[in-house]
Design a protein around this ligand. Structure first.
Ligand SMILES: [Zn+2]
Length: 453
């Protein structure tokens, strides 16, 4: 038995929930720690039905929705569970990016365990905590890493490389152990604005002649959804805005900064003002200092960017600076041709006050639903039909396509390939003999050469 192993504690045959444990002798490092979006999770917990905050680990372990790992969880989070508290036996936790399925269970982790993140991810997590009162990540011994600069955890060396994804500040990792390098991709794409980062990461990975590649496969296997590049989204949005004299509505993921920029630039090109939620305004303001000056639009500093004031009984204090000059439905009604309103699906009741003219465009700038009986999708279309809005699907995925994934595996030619973050790990099999479909909680040797290792 070799000294170095990889164990998959989540993200196996499911999208989201990656939890990758790498052990080398006495040293143990964990990568990502969030809930999965899988059906298995939704069999027990849905929007209105969640684990109790007084005993989250107990309530998740009940259905095997968390790994049973000693020396990982915070004492408080373990309340009433049958897993005993132990002082940390995991020596570092690396978070690839700030999406919930990679970082959402941080609050359960022992605050003594160092949490390694990029500076931008740290900033994003803070912004999310401020603007989403239900999201808490807990107190941690935060350790901010620098791009492409090795971090030592005992004998394990971790090198974080920026990659392109649908949230800024996403990373892939080269994990150098005594038995060779493990490459962990996190979530990534090759067709976004930072594709060069992804390519530099893959080039460095190839150079290490990896013993193992742990690769995300969100879009592996059958995927009938239409996918554009970010430039393709821009072209499509341009066309929609040019053709309409009505209020334009758009909906995107709250932390997809590339998309927010695309929508903003498209709006400016036709002299429309983009109107966003206080949460989006806050996010853009928080991350702007980490980008080249002027490249992230912010309310107050950038022309044509305003905040929308929804009808509410109470607001939060952090929103005050954004709501000061905000526009309400009365300001938009009858002047729709001057605006692009980008809100969340949960803000649809505003349509009752906005009453855009029939035929006004609605740009769905998010991924299409996978299944035809998607309840949320049916609700969305009921609203659009009721108000007579014209639906446009315009999205660039945050993930590499199936053919790109196979090409990457072939070009890196690692000894072993472990697909994670996918419902179709078998779709990687054509990429070569080294592909293994990981099983949950089973340690795999790093540096194995035999056919059965
Ligand atoms: Zn992600």
């Amino acid at each position: 038995m070799g000294r170095a192993t990889i164990t998959f504690l989540g993200g196996v045959r499911e999208i989201g929930g990656n939890k990758l444990l790498i052990q080398d002798g006495p040293d143990r490092v964990l990568f990502d720690f969030g809930p999965s979006f899988s059906k298995r999770m939704q069999e027990y917990y849905v929007d209105y039905l969640q684990p109790r905050s007084a005993s989250p680990v107990q309530d998740l372990l009940e259905f095997n929705l968390l790994p049973r790992v000693e020396g990982l969880y915070a004492r408080e989070a373990l309340a009433d569970s049958d897993l005993a508290y132990r002082a940390p036996e995991v020596h570092g936790l690396f978070i690839s990016h700030a999406h919930a399925d990679h970082a959402g269970y941080l609050r359960l982790v022992d605050p003594e365990i160092p949490v390694h993140v990029g500076a931008g991810t740290r900033r994003l997590l803070e912004a999310i905590e401020t603007s989403s009162p239900s999201m808490k990540y807990g107190d941690h011994a935060w350790s901010v890493f620098a791009d492409r600069t090795p971090v030592k955890v005992g004998g394990i060396e971790v090198v974080p490389y920026p990659v392109d994804h649908s949230i800024p500040f996403a990373y892939g990792f080269l994990v150098r152990t005594s038995e060779g390098t493990v490459v962990y991709t996190g979530d990534f794409r090759e067709h976004g604005p930072r594709a060069a980062d992804t390519h530099a990461f893959l080039e460095a990975a190839r150079h290490d002649e990896p013993a193992a590649l742990v690769i995300e496969g969100t879009r592996a296997g059958p995927d009938p959804r239409r996918d554009l590049s970010e430039d393709g989204v821009r072209t499509g949005v341009d066309r929609i805005l040019e053709r309409s004299d009505h209020l334009a509505l758009a909906c995107t993921y709250p932390r997809d900064v590339d998309r927010l920029r695309t929508l903003y630039e498209a709006a400016r090109a036709v002299d429309r003002e983009m109107v966003v939620s206080p949460r989006t305004a806050h996010l853009l303001e928080q991350i702007a200092p980490l980008f080249p000056s002027g490249s992230i639009p912010t309310v107050g500093a950038s022309p044509g960017l305003a905040v929308y004031a929804r009808k509410r009984r109470r607001t939060y204090r952090w929103e005050d600076p954004y709501l000061a000059g905000a526009i309400g439905p009365g300001g938009l009604r009858g002047q729709g041709s001057r605006y692009l309103l980008a809100l969340d699906l949960m803000h649809f009741p505003e349509l009752i006050d906005l009453r855009p003219p029939r035929g006004s465009p609605f740009i769905h700038s998010m991924s299409e639903p996978f299944s035809e009986d998607d309840v949320d999708d049916a609700v969305l279309h009921n609203w659009l039909e009721h108000f007579g809005l014209a639906f446009h699907q315009m999205h660039a995925s945050g993930h590499a396509s199936g053919p790109q994934l196979l090409e990457i595996v072939r070009s890196l030619s690692p000894q072993r390939v472990y697909p994670v973050h996918t419902e179709h790990p078998d779709a990687f099999e054509p990429a070569g003999a080294g592909v293994r479909l990981p099983e949950l909680a089973t340690p795999y040797r790093i540096g194995a050469r035999g056919p059965n290792d």
